[in-house]
Design a protein around this ligand. Structure first.
Ligand code: PBG
Length: 333
């Protein structure tokens, strides 16, 4: 080939104008694929989350109004996280099994008022325990696995009976998906979806969430490394996903999101099942901080981040930006 030969292939041809960029675009984002996490609270626990500007803890009437808006924008689902007063927290997290507790009342209220939107609830004890851990402690302070399962099972069944569409174990105890599936089947809750936090890492990016639910102070200098995964590991994520699927999970989640796109891709390639990604509180806080300083363009940065979850292999994205993203998607039509 002579020095002056023309390039035979010019990838830029397909980038020249929006019509052709649109035609060759491989992935897209739709509001129906988004899950909006919402903190729910009553009385003094209501209000703005300081480390998550723009995120507000809602009571049940406000939650219903929010769900109506989200449903109108086409957002698929909400994920509810309770914020309790310290007075309701105990060593054993007994409030988690209160049949008139905040989450049960919220599930019933949303399903009655906005039946079209999916309702997902977290299965874990951290909003309810004085020590801020997701499970029960033994005498040495270790989070015990099998005793915790007994509580998680009951919590999941109670939420399913209240009408939750999706139960979402976020505790990382071994065997919890199988036990929850078993108890749901025995109770004829055949269509309750289990979305498991399958590859959930012991991440520093959950800090603002722990502020939001008030578990940060309780956890103190402790961490969750004896049950959540080591950020250094990737094969272990596949093992966790394999176990959860074998135990009856319908959808598996990778969490956090942006620093873990490689895990999303490996899970999607290996198992070909519905995968969810969680853009967690710390990712939200980072983006908000940069946006507030004028260092990033809010809409462009957010829509890129969310699209990249889809490109990496996520079918579903949990993001505190779900409502705003749905608005932007509607405007773009
Ligand atoms: C608790 C739970 C956590 C998150 C979701 N469920 C925090 C944790 O494991 O400490 C984190 C969500 C976020 O950071 O946005 N089981």
């Amino acid at each position: 080939m002579s020095q002056h030969a023309f390039p035979r292939t010019r990838p830029r041809r397909l980038r020249r104008a929006e019509f052709i960029r649109g035609m060759v675009r491989e992935t897209a984002l739709d509001a129906s694929q988004l899950i909006q996490p919402i903190f729910i609270a009553e009385g003094e626990q209501k209000g703005q989350v300081s480390s998550m500007p723009g995120v507000v803890r809602l009571d049940i009437p406000e939650l219903i109004a929010e769900c109506q808006e989200l449903a109108a924008l086409g957002v698929g689902c909400v994920a509810l996280f309770p914020v309790l007063p310290q007075s309701l927290k105990t060593e054993d997290g007994a409030e988690a099994l209160n049949p008139d507790g905040l989450v049960v009342r919220a599930i019933k209220a949303v399903k009655a008022a906005v039946p079209a939107i999916g309702v997902m609830v977290d299965i874990a004890l951290d909003p309810y325990t004085t020590h801020g851990h997701d499970g029960l402690l033994d005498a040495s302070g270790y989070v015990t696995n099998d005793l915790t399962l007994e509580v998680l099972r009951k919590q999941a069944l109670m939420y399913a009976r209240a009408g939750a569409d999706i139960v979402s174990p976020s505790d990382m105890m071994d065997g919890r998906v199988g036990q929850i599936r078993e108890v749901l089947e025995r109770d004829s809750q055949h269509n309750t979806i289990i979305l498991s936090y399958a590859a959930k890492y012991a991440s520093s990016f959950y800090g603002p969430f722990r502020d939001a639910v008030g578990s940060a102070g309780n956890l103190g200098r402790g961490d969750k490394k004896t049950y959540q995964m080591d950020p250094a590991n990737t094969d272990e994520a596949l093992r966790e996903v394999e176990l959860d699927l074998a135990e009856g999970a319908d959808i598996v989640m990778v969490k956090p999101g942006m620093p873990y796109l490689d895990i999303i891709r490996r899970v999607k390639d290996r198992f070909g099942v519905p995968v969810a990604a969680y853009q967690v509180s710390g990712e939200y806080a980072m983006l908000r901080a940069a946006i507030a300083n004028g260092w990033l363009d809010e809409k462009k940065a957010l829509m890129e981040a969310l699209l990249c979850f889809r490109r990496a292999g996520a079918d579903i994205v949990l993001t505190y930006y779900a409502k705003q993203a749905a608005r932007w998607l509607a405007e773009a039509r």
